[in-house]
Write a protein that binds this ligand. Structure first.
Ligand SMILES: Cc1cc2nc3c(=O)[nH]c(=O)nc-3n(C[C@H](O)[C@H](O)[C@H](O)COP(=O)(O)O)c2cc1C
Length: 177
């Protein structure tokens, strides 16, 4: 199994980082974690050139998207920022355009585990998180097989708050073996 994981938080050793590593460590096969904030990332310019050729951006996100097309599993993680994913995570998602616009490219059938972290202890953002299953992932033909939300986690590695998320991740990891 080939797994590509992304940490959509700018915080190294933060909550997304902890949870993503927890899951990736459990998995077998070829696996790689990308820390988006450390990458050379450009925005989709909507130039439409990807309809007939490669994406015009010459940056690390092209590498991530290309590797995602060969992966069986995509682990997406982001803290909730103002009720949504981070700008880093959204920049990657917008670069899926080179796949959806080009009939020679596909992310169809890729399984997705999504992981979110948030300070708010309630289910306030669950509607948004649920909507991600359809857009962007379902739209791309990807299948969200599991979603983990660590609520009430503000500081880095607040393990009490992360504990139930880690338990869920252990179960997901076992199911994927
Ligand atoms: C710019 C910014 C915006 C945030 N907005 C929210 C928010 O809308 N709701 C929330 O519950 N937490 C919000 N938070 C808190 C983070 O989601 C929370 O600390 C999360 O656990 C961070 O994950 P990380 O350690 O992986 O970076 C925000 C944090 C920052 C820096």
């Amino acid at each position: 199994m080939k797994t590509i994981a992304i940490v959509g938080s700018p915080r190294k050793e933060g909550n997304c980082d902890i949870l993503v590593n927890e899951l990736v460590e459990k998995l077998e096969g070829d696996k790689k974690i990308y820390y988006l904030d450390e990458l050379d990332m450009n925005y989709c310019e909507a130039c439409q050139k990807c309809q007939t050729g490669p994406c015009v951006q010459n940056d690390d996100l092209n590498k991530v998207v290309t590797e995602m097309m060969e992966a069986d599993l995509f682990i997406f993680s982001s803290p909730i920022y103002y009720g949504q994913m981070t700008a880093q995570a959204k920049t990657l998602i917008d670069r899926f355009y080179q796949v959806s616009q080009n009939p020679d490219k596909s992310l169809e059938g890729t399984k997705v585990v999504q992981i979110y972290t948030q300070a708010n202890p309630t289910e306030a953002f669950d509607g948004y998180i649920e909507s991600m299953k359809n857009m962007p992932f379902g739209y791309m033909g990807m299948e969200v097989i599991d979603t983990v939300v660590a609520r009430g986690a503000m500081g880095k590695g607040e393990n009490d708050q992360l504990a139930s998320a880690i338990e869920e991740i252990e179960k997901i990891g076992n199911d994927l073996l």
